[in-house]
Design a binder for this molecule. Structure first.
Ligand code: NDP
Length: 405
């Protein structure tokens, strides 16, 4: 059906490459490009070993901060769309290159300026008119969270509620990678996210809290009880905009004590800072240095045991009555590894990215402009996502783990 360019050869890029190759009736020709070409070559070889009869993934080196370089690559490969699984810093340059070359765009994380640890959709939403005028589509945040959690919310809104009032997204990684400290996705982005202030939506406004200052135990399917911390997560911004009946929206994530202790020490000694310091006559950003010495997310898969469990608790009104609802997925790290040589966090991000791109390539999700995933019809995604490795479950009238519903 068409050619796809994947940018970023990390943990998520690996999964996207495997899954696009699996669906080769849609992604007939695949190119994987990233800053380090050797990583693309390794992934292409691994995919070729799994799918020896399919066209080999082409690879290229690209600096995705550089628009002319991206434009040249896109013009030479001529993809129908770009799947951006590099870092959030590259979102705008890749969107600019897509506009210049007339190709569609999809990503899994919203733009962040490098020098401010802040994520907001305003920069990418500002491209709406440009994409509309060009007749192109940009689909934002099509991973798991952001991504599948918003599609779950759209599914609930369409099939289970007349109005949604309360939404709690709960994200548990109940796995163990056997390392003293590692992050499951890009360490720089991950640490910036969790050391920022927490924030939730209630009664028409944002409430800011100190990082990790609100927490409670939540019981996760097949995992058990885990302490869960209220964080700000980017999908809350688009969800409260697209579902204005929401009175309160929060996001919770689990962290083990060992992880939090390491993080506290690293914060105390200043190595999570994004302020440049002079070191041996050179300017370095402490967090970038830390990233360089931590394990890469893509390297954690082999010995990872346990599973992730991510879902949405929702309360609202159906036929004039109060109703509660829970929808979730559990993903075993080992199943992810068997399928794509990757751990579960990369897998739960890469599968929705591939499926979102597939629906765009097939013209099933097709609208000129810039969209968040909950603005799409959830049905075709929900019908297929289980088949590609992330089956979902739902319970109506569930007992919610929060005392304030
Ligand atoms: P990794 O750090 O494993 O991979 C990032 C890749 O991007 C690396 O291959 C890196 O190259 C490449 N890259 C970085 N800068 C550039 C550049 N300027 N030009 C070209 N390539 C570049 O991260 P992950 O795979 O874990 O995460 C990828 C994305 O997915 C991130 O944006 C992350 O926030 C997002 N994500 C989304 C989730 C969701 O549920 N929505 C969950 C998890 C992640 P090099 O190898 O040379 O460093």
């Amino acid at each position: 059906m068409g050619r796809v360019l994947i940018i970023g050869a990390g943990g998520v890029g690996t999964v996207v490459a495997f899954k696009c190759a699996e669906v080769n009736e849609v992604f007939t020709d695949i190119m994987l490009a990233s800053r380090t070409k050797a990583k693309c070559d390794k992934i292409a070889a691994d995919v070729a070993a799994k799918y020896p009869d399919r066209p080999k993934i082409q690879t290229a080196k690209v600096d995705a901060d550089n628009v002319p370089e991206l434009v040249e690559l896109i013009r030479s490969f001529k993809p129908a769309m770009v799947i951006n699984v590099a870092l959030p810093y590259q979102d705008l340059t890749i969107m600019d290159a897509c506009l210049e070359t007339g190709v569609h765009y999809l990503d899994t994380a919203n733009y962040e300026p490098k020098d401010v640890a802040k994520f907001e959709y305003k920069w990418q939403w500002a491209y709406k008119e440009k994409f509309e005028k060009a007749g192109l589509m940009a689909l934002l945040g099509c991973g798991f969270d952001p991504g599948q959690t918003q599609i779950y919310t759209a599914h609930a809104a369409k099939h289970h509620f007349d109005e949604i009032h309360y939404l709690d997204i709960v994200d548990c990684n109940g796995g163990d990678h056997g390392k003293a400290f590692a992050t499951n996705f890009n360490p720089e982005i991950n640490i910036r996210e969790i050391t920022s202030k927490g924030k939730y939506w209630e009664n028409g406004e944002w409430h800011e809290i100190d990082a990790m200052s609100i927490h409670q135990p939540i019981t996760y399917h097949n995992i058990g009880e885990r302490e869960s911390y209220l964080l700000y997560h980017e999908e809350l911004e688009s969800l409260v905009k697209n579902f204005p009946s929401i009175k309160r929206a929060r996001f919770w994530m689990t962290f083990g004590q060992e992880y939090l202790t390491h993080l506290r020490v690293m914060q105390n000694i200043g190595i999570t800072s994004i302020k440049p310091v002079k070191f041996q006559g050179q300017e370095i950003v402490p967090l970038e240095f830390l990233k360089a010495i931590l394990p890469e997310p893509g390297s954690l898969g082999e010995n990872y045991v346990g599973e992730t469990s991510i879902g949405c608790y929702i309360k609202g009104i159906k036929d004039g009555k109060d109703k509660t609802y829970f929808i979730w997925n559990n993903c075993k790290h080992q199943d992810a590894y068997d399928d794509t040589l990757s751990q579960g966090v990369s897998y739960t991000t890469g599968v929705p990215a591939m499926l979102g791109a597939k629906l765009m390539m097939q013209g099933i999700w097709k609208k000129a402009g810039v969209y968040n995933v909950e603005e799409m019809n959830p049905d075709p995604f929900m019908a297929e996502v289980g088949m590609y490795g992330l089956p979902w479950n739902e319970i109506e009238n569930v007992e919610v783990p929060f005392s304030d519903y």
